[in-house]
Design a protein around this ligand. Structure first.
Ligand SMILES: CC(C)(COP(=O)(O)OP(=O)(O)OC[C@H]1O[C@@H](n2cnc3c(N)ncnc32)[C@H](O)[C@@H]1OP(=O)(O)O)[C@@H](O)C(=O)NCCC(=O)NCCS
Length: 189
């Protein structure tokens, strides 16, 4: 399931993030602060406030992913632009303990369907480092179209990293949902 982040998610969020430093840090924005500082329980309330503020401003749609009722990751819709572009960028992560079960492909499909049917966007973009084979599989499973190669595009893990851009526009779904592109949904372990 996807739902909005809540203040009381802090303990679960922090526990997962601290335990997954090696799994996550290499794909995350560069920061002058340590992983422990950025992912302490105390880091969650200001983060939720910032996410909600951006949500109210219409520039973001923040979600947490739950699996069996427990928080296991996040999906953030960012860079939401309305008007003539009506586009956004989606980022995601999941706890390594539940990786490989199709959770993020499902979460991304639900997110894309919400962006089109709920937010009224026309295009969704996902940018992935060429080295991130697991994330490349996620967009491959959903059949997102490769649009381009951005050199030194995002400041990730201490440097400007190349990214491959994938996108989908609403016409490509031909009236179907992105969720229907998945052969199966994740089962509870
Ligand atoms: C990329 C990521 C979100 C994929 O989520 P997921 O729910 O595991 O997605 P899937 O179950 O479809 O698995 C995707 C691929 O990951 C790989 N994988 C599966 N289990 C794995 C594990 N335990 N450890 C490492 N890689 C694994 C497989 O190549 C799999 O492809 P396959 O299904 O064809 O075998 C997840 O690996 C992750 O959070 N990585 C760290 C953060 C990150 O890279 N975020 C995206 C930045 S663009």
């Amino acid at each position: 399931m996807l739902r909005s982040p809540r203040l009381r998610d802090g303990r679960a969020w922090s526990e997962i993030r601290l335990r997954n430093e090696i799994w996550l840090n290499k794909w995350e924005p560069s920061s002058p602060h340590s992983w422990a500082e950025r992912n302490a329980v105390t880091a969650w309330p200001p983060l939720v406030s910032a996410l909600r503020k951006a949500g109210r401003a219409g520039t973001m749609v923040p979600f947490v992913i739950t699996y069996g009722g427990r928080l296991v990751g996040q999906v953030n819709v960012s860079n939401v632009v309305h008007g003539v572009l009506r586009s956004c960028t989606v980022g995601y992560w999941v706890d390594r303990a539940v990786a490989g079960r199709g959770i993020v492909p499902t979460a991304l499909a639900l997110t894309i369907d919400h962006c089109f049917a709920g937010v009224g966007l026309h295009r969704v973009e996902v940018d992935i480092r060429p080295e991130n084979s697991a994330s490349l599989r996620v967009v491959e499973k959903l059949g997102l179209r490769r649009e381009g190669y951005y050199e030194r595009f995002l400041d990730i893990d201490g440097g400007w990293r190349d990214h491959i851009a994938f996108a989908v526009t609403v016409e490509e779904l031909r009236g179907a949902t992105m969720l229907s592109r998945l052969p199966s949904l994740p089962q509870l372990a």
